[in-house]
Design a protein around this ligand. Structure first.
Ligand SMILES: O=c1ccn([C@H]2C[C@H](O)[C@@H](COP(=O)(O)OP(=O)(O)OP(=O)(O)O)O2)c(=O)[nH]1
Ligand SMILES: [Mg+2]
Length: 162
C-alpha cells in the first residue's frame, strides 16, 4: 500500500484509514463488527478518575485523512451506562490535517465511584465523516424566516425545572 496516498477510495469499496501506531504494543484499533460506525480507540496508559475528574488520555495512534473528512471522537455507550464515563468535548474533532496522537478528554460523571482505566482498554470510538468546508462571508442582514430568532425552547414542551 502506498503510505503517501491518503485519498479517499472512490471505487465503491470500503475506504482505508491510514493509521500509524505510535505504541506498537497496543492493539490495532478496529471496528468490533464490520458495519459498526466507530473504530474503537485504546487507552495508552492506566488512569483512575475520581468522581467529577477528567484526564487527557492518549490512544497511541495518529491518522491521516484527506481534506473534506473529519474524525469524531465519541464516547462509548457501555462505559457511559456502566461507569458514567464520558468525554468533555464530545464529540472531539480530529482535523483532516492533524498528524499528532489522538487524545481523549475523559470525564467521570458518576457522583460517587472512581473509574479505573487500564492501558489497552477501549475508551472511545472514532467515526469518520465527510464535512463541508465553507468560506465565511459577512453580511449586513439575514433572510427572514418563520422561526426568526426564536430558540432555546421557544416552541414549548420542555421538561419542568424543580
Ligand atoms: O478529542 C480530540 C479533539 C481534538 N484532538 C486533536 C486533533 C485536532 O485536530 C486538534 C485540535 O482540536 P480542536 O480544533 O478541537 O481544538 P482547539 O482547541 O481548537 O485547538 P487548535 O487551536 O489546535 O485547533 O486536537 C484530539 O486528539 N482529540
Ligand atoms: Mg481548532
Amino acid at each position: 500500500m502506498n503510505t503517501m496516498d491518503n485519498s479517499h477510495d472512490a471505487s465503491g469499496s470500503t475506504p482505508v484509514l491510514r493509521l500509524q501506531r505510535l505504541d506498537a504494543d497496543l492493539p490495532l484499533p478496529v471496528r468490533a463488527h464490520p458495519t459498526d460506525a466507530g473504530i474503537d480507540l485504546h487507552a495508552a496508559h492506566d488512569c483512575n478518575l475520581a468522581p467529577g475528574h477528567r484526564m487527557l488520555v492518549g490512544t497511541g495512534v495518529a491518522i491521516t485523512l484527506p481534506a473534506g473528512f473529519v474524525g469524531l471522537v465519541h464516547p462509548r455507550s457501555g462505559l457511559a451506562a456502566r461507569a458514567g464515563l464520558s468525554i468533555v468535548n464530545a464529540p472531539g474533532t480530529v482535523d483532516a490535517a492533524y498528524r499528532g496522537e489522538i487524545k481523549v478528554n475523559l470525564i467521570n460523571l458518576d457522583p460517587t465511584d472512581t473509574v479505573h482505566i487500564a492501558r489497552g482498554d477501549r475508551i472511545a470510538q472514532l467515526l469518520i465523516q465527510r464535512v463541508e468546508l465553507w468560506d465565511v462571508a459577512e453580511v449586513e442582514e439575514l433572510d427572514q424566516t418563520d422561526r426568526g430568532t426564536g430558540g432555546h425552547g421557544s416552541t414549548g414542551g420542555h421538561a419542568r425545572l424543580t
